[in-house]
Write a protein that binds this ligand. Structure first.
Ligand SMILES: Nc1ncnc2c1ncn2[C@@H]1O[C@H](COP(=O)(O)OP(=O)(O)OP(=O)(O)O)[C@@H](O)[C@H]1O
Ligand SMILES: [Mg+2]
Length: 468
């Protein structure tokens, strides 16, 4: 039998064992104590409770919980696991949630409908994703972001693909759980395609109708995390401006490979993790002081538990970190090969280019499974003139001045584009985090990260081949 518990006027709770579930508030308590559980897991619990005793297939759960986006089965498994943990199913004989192999899940215990007393104050709402690995370094950046978010209302964290923008945003937001009284809401834009998707997903996240969104937000003291905005950058900027305009206590932190250029925006650009420079001859202990080294070693240890950093391998490890510019995603992807190639093998392969970084974690996002995919995502968003300048700049090894860049571009372009257009293209490449700015004491210089440069060089060669 299906229970009717969806109408907002129903002041009902569902009791099972020591648990009470308040559907309206999406609140689960055990013996009167509120349990902390993500929004999606709550949604799944509601579906299972509504259809208690019946088998609910994974597809049905996906459709009910993610009505507008495509997710894989792993997401269902992750949230079911979180639910089971909250319900203590792992140390119980009579399970609340039973798995029926190949079929789905069933809520198997008795449920009674009770008139709900005032629910206890729930834990502050927060749907930040859990970060499964430790975060190396970034203390300064995380502090700075957390601080800024208590003072400014719109902050964009920018930087190249895989540099750690999402990681820093999540870590900083975690620190602010007690600061925002109406919680922290995290929206990943990577799988959204349009402005409509964006406002629709935001309404679903906040569980409000589109027409009531401004009124709802006006009363909220909350942090909204808009993650991976680069492909909808103008839409995100407009949305942020309009939301902030109507909600005085709303704060937004966004991650994007390029800034929003919105009113009142603060921008924080993330650079690579610190890594030893070529002239450093370090002991293992000294190298341990660099976040890039620690990240690489830690990731190697998850492939080879006996792997240690020592004085014999420190030089190879430092060379790999240098070659990969301390780029976290690239370091992760390289470490995957440690069991097959060993350190020397990885170092040698990297000399050949970034192709070794082509086999990532199976669970990683598609655009993170290879560094190439992460760069493709950025390259695909460039205009034709920017793409051509980007390819050409790969000829320059090391740092270069703006004048050098423009001279080269002008020469290869044979004067077909004005200098102003070329300057605009270089500016765009900087804005979109494909060219890094190095601010020295004397002059501003520019540089492509080695990983980015290999990619651009590849594109240049492909183009030359295609053009004969
Ligand atoms: N400081 C760090 N310590 C450990 N791992 C890190 C760190 N920064 C990033 N990573 C890891 O590197 C990978 C890329 O990081 P992240 O997703 O935060 O980058 P991003 O800049 O948001 O990338 P994108 O531009 O593609 O969205 C992730 O797997 C993340 O776990
Ligand atoms: Mg990201």
């Amino acid at each position: 039998m299906t229970m009717q518990i969806k109408t907002p006027t129903d002041n009902l709770a569902l009791r099972f064992g020591p648990f009470l579930f308040y559907p309206e508030q999406r609140l689960l308590t055990e013996d009167g104590r509120a349990l902390s559980l993500g929004g999606r897991a709550m949604d799944m619990l509601l579906v299972l409770l509504e259809r208690r005793g019946e088998t609910v297939s994974k597809e049905e759960l996906m459709k009910a919980v993610w009505p507008t986006s495509v997710v894989d089965e792993i997401s269902v498994r992750v949230h079911i696991a979180a639910l089971r943990r909250a319900l203590g199913d792992s140390h119980r004989k009579e399970l609340y949630i039973t798995t029926l192999p190949q079929k789905g899940y069933r809520f198997s215990r008795d449920v009674t409908l009770v008139a709900a007393a005032e629910p206890p104050a729930g834990p502050r709402k927060c749907n930040l994703p859990a970060l499964l690995s430790t975060t190396e370094g970034r203390e300064v950046e995380i502090d700075k972001v957390a601080n800024l978010l208590t003072q400014r209302r719109l902050l964009t964290i920018t930087g190249p693909g895989g540099i750690g923008k999402t990681t820093v945003a999540i870590r900083a937001a975690q620190r602010l759980k007690d600061f925002f009284s109406d919680g922290i809401h995290f929206l990943d834009l990577a799988c959204l395609d349009s402005n409509d998707d964006l406002s629709q997903s935001l309404c679903e996240l906040l569980r409000v109708e589109k027409s009531t969104l401004p009124g709802h937000l006006a009363k909220q003291h909350m942090l909204l995390v808009l993650d991976n905005c680069e492909h909808l950058v103008s839409e995100s900027a407009l949305l942020a401006e309009s939301l902030l305009g109507s909600a005085d206590n709303l704060t937004i932190v966004a991650t994007s490979r390029e800034p929003f250029r919105a009113d009142g925006e603060s921008v924080m650009h993330l650079g690579p993790l610190p890594y030893p420079v070529a002239s450093d001859v370090l002991t293992a202990q000294e190298a341990q002081g660099y976040a890039a080294v620690r990240l690489f070693v830690y990731r190697c240890q998850s492939r080879l538990p006996d792997f240690v950093l020592n004085d014999d391998n420190v030089a190879d490890i430092c060379a790999i970190c240098r070659r990969l510019d301390g780029l976290p995603l690239a370091l992760e992807l390289a470490a995957v090969h440690i069991d097959v190639l060993g350190l020397r093998g990885i170092a040698m392969q990297l000399e050949e280019g970034v192709k070794v970084l082509s086999q990532g974690k199976r669970t990683a996002m598609k655009r993170h499974q290879t560094l190439q995919a992460a760069l493709d995502w950025s390259y695909g968003m460039l205009e034709a003139c920017e793409q051509s300048c980007f390819r050409t700049l790969s000829i320059l090894n090391g740092s270069f001045s703006l004048e050098q860049a423009l001279e080269l571009l002008d020469a290869l372009d044979c004067g077909s584009r004005s200098r102003a257009r070329l300057l605009e293209a270089v500016t765009q490449l900087v804005t979109k985090s494909l060219v890094e700015v190095e601010r020295g004491r004397e002059e501003v210089r520019y540089r492509l990260l080695d990983t980015t440069r290999s990619y651009a060089l590849d594109k240049l060669k492909q183009r030359e081949l295609a053009e004969g």
